[in-house]
Design a protein around this ligand. Sequence first.
Ligand SMILES: O=C(O)CCC(=O)C(=O)O
Ligand SMILES: [Fe+2]
Length: 221
Amino acid sequence: MSAENECPEPKRPRRDVALMFDGQILHMPSALSARDLASLENYLESDMVQSSLQEAVLHDSAAAQYKSRRCDSAWLHLCHMPAARKLKHAIKRAQDEWEVLPRTKRGVLRCHYEDVQYTEYRGDRLAHFKQWHIDADDDGGDEEDKREITVVALLTEPGTDFEGGDFECMVPAYPDGIHHTLAWHKGDIIAFLAKRLWHRVLPTTAGIRKTLVLWAKPPFK
Ligand SMILES: O=C(O)CCC(=O)C(=O)O
Ligand SMILES: [Fe+2]
């Protein structure tokens, strides 16, 4: 068959990496390829991962306001997955933008990556993280409060794989800022400053919303 007769899958128009919402979110469209997503899907559906999903734990820092959350999470190494490399690449891209983590004299990023948080927001649980929160509190003393950069990868498609589950943010800050809803797609990655961006996830009303979150913090001495 000649190339003209082949019928490739329709591709979404390529979108560029963009700073959004007053520069508080760095949006990286299609950062995960169809192949990355397919291998992740197999792994995330395995008994090993499914049996380690647990009701997500609340962070008790007062300012971070982790008070209202209902979803299932597992902490994963993902070291063998191409997606892990892409998440770290997104952290590096965010560091280039915001310079919040140290670098070596040669300019190489020095940081500690947490394990990856995989979360399922199930429609049948009306799962959510609807409490406005930041991921780390400047004045907090918890290990989580050392987080500087958050990256989130969306693994299922809004409106197709799940309903609801909007990612919302408020800029410049909660409670008096402007309220935005992120328009993003399966395979997109966003990055933001863990101590700065006020955000939340509205209830998923059908299907399953799935995300990976990676946090980077300064290296241990
Ligand atoms: O799943 C998301 O889109 C973000 C989740 C979140 O805000 C968090 O785990 O702190
Ligand atoms: Fe968060």
